[in-house]
Design a protein around this ligand. Sequence first.
Ligand code: NAD
Length: 262
Amino acid sequence: MNLGLQKRVAIVAASSQGIGRATAHAFAAEGCRIAMCARGANTLQQAADEIRQKHGTEVYAEPFDVTDHAAVQSFVEATVSKFGSADICVTNAGGPPAKGFLATSSEDWQKAIDLNLLSTVYFAHAVIPHMQKKRWGRIVTITSITTKQPVADLVLSNAVRAGVVGLVKSLANEFGKDNILVNNIGPGFTATARLIELAASRSTALNKKQSEIFEGWAADAPLKRLGQPEEVADAIVWLASDRASYITGQTLLVDGGMYKGL
Ligand code: NAD
């Protein structure tokens, strides 16, 4: 299948590891030029070098925190001056801590809103005017299965990520006329550092071994295993491609069937 992504410019936020890094690799494999960011300069540079070596594509990498509005804006402007456009933008960040509701503080809520909702707003604000000029654009937000089915002890994610889905649908409605398609990807339990962090906190809370926590998550999905970051990345690349040109405002779960609804 020709995805039609050759020479497109793909911004992938929070991409030094995990799903973001796998997504940057997957776009590079399709011949895209890549703009990537994360907070830690060293791991980001390593990830960028790996992509350059493996795929022979141009990569622009800049370390910053996606909750910094000015930094997001200047990264997008630098990407456009380097590569000429910002065709695809995948928004991503770390996840909020696992907590029950009464254990959360107002600071936790503010941080989760900054990290998972406002960072998405900042990227969308920065890229949409460039996409409008080209009359072509794809925004894919990375959220979670929590946008469809709340997960125990992830009240911050369950509540705040729903706002991202509202944003996605609103942007899809407003900018469809400019041929800008906006969709959301909701990963289920995917084997990354984030999942190890969640397993550690759940193992303490439930007094169970981490291996039992992982086994429980795998057993809950009809496919009876955890997802791999590359499987989430492939779905993102397809959604951004010319092969998904009549799909906008949707949430696609990549969860091995874990979501229990219809
Ligand atoms: P990960 O911890 O492996 O990677 C997170 C990436 O985000 C890293 O590159 C990190 O450096 C970067 N990052 C974190 N905070 C940042 C910030 N403030 N500014 C810039 N970069 C930042 O996580 P992952 O598993 O790849 O998860 C990606 C997203 O998907 C997260 O929001 C996570 O909560 C969500 N998610 C993950 C799973 C899962 O099972 N792994 C399931 C559902 C949702």
